[in-house]
Design a protein around this ligand. Structure first.
Ligand code: ZN
Length: 196
């Protein structure tokens, strides 16, 4: 039995200072931490009764189903690869997603094997953009009900952008110029169009 939200919350309250806040970790020592100056930890809100629903639950009002393959850079009968709908701070971000409303544990052995091959294929396609230091392959899954994996291209030779804070730097950096972003997205699509 895992620790319940109430138990975690109680433990946090016991560990928190008189203002109800936990101490800051030594982020000022981390080269990749994007922020400077006085920062406080937010108070942890009490647990909620149930998990909030994800986007497009049961396919009702699901933006991804409505969009279909219209914006996909590549697709087959089970999967599609889609870019973000606009330029971001990172040079290019694409998502590999299931066409169906499936979660990771729902994948058949066949789709699990396809996923393994596709993760490598999409990473290579994103890397083909050039000037990419790493492609961060991330699965969070709290948003869309379609299983999806993020591929975040991290620019080469900017050491502060390494690691998981790249996802935060993505919101901080000025958006990639539209023409550069389009060329990056096109490069990913071209690479995916080549035979696997
Ligand atoms: Zn859907």
């Amino acid at each position: 039995m895992g620790e319940s939200a109430e138990e975690i919350y109680r433990r946090v309250q016991e560990a928190a200072g008189p203002d109800g806040r936990l101490a800051m970790p030594p982020v000022h020592e981390w080269d990749t931490f994007p922020f400077d100056g006085e920062i406080r930890v937010r108070s942890l809100e009490p647990p909620v009764a149930e998990e909030p629903p994800r986007h497009g639950v049961g396919g009702i009002g699901c933006g991804r189903c409505q969009r279909g393959d219209a914006t996909a850079l590549w697709h087959d009968e089970n999967w599609r690869v889609v870019p973000t709908d606009r330029p971001h701070g990172l040079p290019v971000i694409v998502m590999l997603e299931t066409r169906a409303h499936l979660d990771l544990p729902d994948l058949s052995d066949e789709m699990a094997a396809e996923l393994g091959r596709l993760v490598v294929r999409v990473e290579r396609a994103v890397r083909s953009v050039g000037e990419i230091g790493r492609v961060h392959v991330c699965r969070w899954g709290d948003g869309s009900e379609h299983f999806h994996v993020w591929f975040m291209a991290r620019p080469a030779r900017l050491p502060q952008l390494i690691g998981s804070f790249a996802a935060i730097w993505d919101d901080i950096l000025p958006p990639t110029p539209e023409d550069v972003w389009r060329a990056n997205v096109d490069a990913v699509a071209r690479a995916l169009a080549e035979p696997a």
